[in-house]
Structure formats: C-alpha cells, structure tokens
Design a protein around this ligand. Structure first.
Ligand SMILES: Cc1ncc(COP(=O)(O)O)c(C=O)c1O
Length: 362
C-alpha cells in the first residue's frame, strides 16, 4: 500500500485507519461464520445483533432518550429531504425552513413540492456566510416542524448553539457534524445524517426519531416511504445496507474508545483552531468565507488573493500529501473538511503548509 495521505475531501471522507483495518477483516470473514459480512443474511441473529448494537451505541454516545429510535435507511440525506415533508407536512399544515446553505435550500425545495413550506430565514444575500440570529427568524403561526442544517458543509458555517422554538419539533440535517459535539437529542423531533462524513461510508443514512412524530404522520404513502415502516420493522422491512451499517458500528466503537462525543468536540476545536489561526494571522492573504462567529469546526472555507494562487495551492498541497482541498464551486477557493476521523496531525500539517505557502507567495 502507498503512503496514506491526509484526506480533506468533504464526503465520502477520511475514516479512522483502525476502522478500515477492522472492516477489512470483516470483509473477508465475519464472526467465524465462514463467510464475509457482505454475504451474511440480514435475517439472521448475527446481523440483527449487529444492527441492534449499532442503534444502542449511537443512542449511548448521544445520550438519547430511551424511547427515541435509530433507523438505518438508504437513499442518502437527499432522500430524507423528500421523506420528511411526505411524512410530516400533511394536508392543512405548514413547515418552516431555515435556509442557510445549498443543502438547506434543497430540503426546502423538496418540501415545497409536497406542501406549504415557508422560508423562515434565508442568508443567501451574503452567499450563506453566516448563521442567523434567532430574532431574524420568522416562523409561521403553528408549523408542523422547523427544518435546519446544523453544519453547512459547502459554506463552512455551523450553528454554534442549536436553535430552539417553543412547542415546535426541530428536524435537523446533521450530515456533516453528527457526533462532532454534544447536543440535547430530546430537543429534536428528528435528526438525520448521511453516514459518509462523520459516521462511516456512503450507503446508509442514519435517522434518529422521536416516535411521537409518528402520531401525526401521513399513512397514505407507499409503505417504503413511511418512517413508521422502519420503526415497526426495526429497519428490516427490506434489505438494509448491511456492510455500511457494520462500518458505522466500527466507527461508533472508535468514537467511544477515544473518549466519546465530548472528547471529539475538544479535539475538533483544537484541529480547527490550527487552521483558523493561520487564516487570521495572514488576513491580507487568506480570506475566510464564514463570518468568524459562524465558523464551522468541520469545514474550513477560505479564498486566496487570486484563482491562480488557489490552483497552485491545491496542486502543491497534493504533492505534500494533503488532498481534497479544492473548494466547492459555489464558494470557490479552498475547503478543508476535518471531520472526527481527521487526525490532529493532518490539521497541523495543513496549517504549516499554509504558513509556508504565504511566505513564498504572500
Ligand atoms: C449537510 C448535508 N446535507 C445533505 C447532503 C447530501 O447528502 P447525500 O449525498 O447523502 O444525499 C450533504 C452532502 O454533502 C450534506 O453535506
């Protein structure tokens, strides 16, 4: 195997090396079964045990209330954009959306196809470079839910504190920051996350649901589109993405072994600080996209003085073993995605590279 690089891609993203090694073993043979996990039926006690353990581990790490359910679904976070309004935005109801980035906008647009969706705030006027204040948000009179994106992967902004609205269930897309910091699960009606950033590989989407949400849910939907079906069948109504769930299980064990979510947050803050510090100390050269009080600990976005310098930065970084740094086209420049599995040394190496780059080109 070649030397392992520091992978700053936004997702699929870097995974803990130990997890890859363990997954390699499970790939060849799982639990002395004489077969790979990929070949194992989802209808046997081994797989069911693995999935049940994965649900419990996630609830334990997030300190979730016992009645909450964890569902393992396919289709990516984007499918949730549609399923949420299909299930919860029922006739005569409204839902409010906090549009703080491209994925938040996509979620809103899917809801608008289904029913009456309102934009309660939109920060597009400054190219989504900030998280709004609560007093800027205009909720409708009795929304069925408020949907928001906890971390805006493309723009590099993150809700520093989760918003809270009296008597309105929160539905949150946590695809790019779940397990990166503690939060109160009981404040949410539903949380979802595509696994491919902080939880594991692409292919499984994790949903954490307060079963009370199902009381008002639409039953006039194809069964496969209903959260109720997943709850009532322990996510085994149809074939789950079993190998992806297995890898999520390994990632959760890795998080637990490394001190849990609070320890992840501490490490993530340290990691992000290395990079933001270089941006702030070289403000004439590096320009952060996110306003400082809205900065993400997961995706650091910044520009250089010219597109030529940005291209040179990306190319030279690759030679230095730092890959995946090209920013999304909607922001341009550079984006460093530094999820839980990015080692501290990766962020230090990037910070050093940035300092050297400004010395030569600044
Ligand atoms: C915050 C957020 N939501 C949703 C998505 C879309 O996820 P998927 O590709 O799993 O549909 C992404 C992907 O990058 C994301 O970052």
């Amino acid at each position: 195997m070649g030397e392992r690089v520091y992978n700053f891609f936004p997702g699929p993203a870097t995974l803990p090396f130990e997890v890859l090694e363990e997954a390699r073993d499970g790939f060849m043979e799982y639990g002395n079964k004489g077969m790979s996990l990929l070949e194992l039926s989802h209808r046997g006690k081994e797989y069911e045990g693995l999935q049940t353990e994965t649900e419990s581990l996630l609830k334990e790490l997030l300190n979730a209330p016992p009645e909450y359910r964890v569902l393992f679904m396919g289709g990516g976070a984007s499918t949730q954009f549609a399923l949420i309004p299909m299930n919860f935005l029922t006739a005569g109801k409204e839902a409010d959306y906090l549009v703080t980035g491209s994925f938040a906008k996509k979620a809103y647009e899917e809801a608008a196809v289904i029913g009456k969706a309102n934009v309660a705030i939109n920060t597009k006027d400054t190219n989504y470079n900030r998280i709004p204040k609560l007093n800027e948000i205009k909720l409708s009179s009795a929304p069925a839910y408020v949907h928001f994106t906890t971390n805006n992967t493309i723009y590099g902004t993150q809700w520093q504190e989760m918003p809270k609205f009296a008597r309105v269930p929160l539905v949150a897309d946590m695809s790019s920051d779940i397990l990166s910091r503690p939060f109160e699960v009981s404040d949410f009606g539903m949380i979802y996350a595509g696994a491919q950033k902080n939880l594991g590989p692409a292919g499984v989407t994790v949903v954490i649901l307060n079963p009370e949400m199902l009381d008002q849910a639409n039953s006039n939907l194809p069964v496969i589109m209903q959260y109720k079906t997943f709850v009532n069948n322990d996510s085994l109504y149809n074939t789950p993405p079993s190998y992806a769930v297995y890898m999520v299980n390994l990632v959760l064990k890795w998080v637990k072994k490394n001190g849990g979510v609070a320890a992840m947050e501490k490490r993530n803050r340290e990691k992000a600080a290395y990079i933001y510090e270089v941006i702030d100390n070289n403000a004439g050269f590096y320009k952060g996209h996110a306003q400082p009080e809205s900065r993400s600990q997961m995706n650091v976005t910044f520009r250089l003085p010219s597109e030529e310098l940005e291209a040179a930065f990306v190319a030279q970084a690759i030679k230095a073993g730092l890959v995946g740094l090209k920013g999304h086209r909607s922001v341009g420049g550079i984006r460093a995605s530094i999820y839980n599995a990015m080692p501290v040394d990766g962020c230090k190496a990037l910070a050093e590279f940035m300092k050297d780059f400004v010395k030569i080109n600044g």
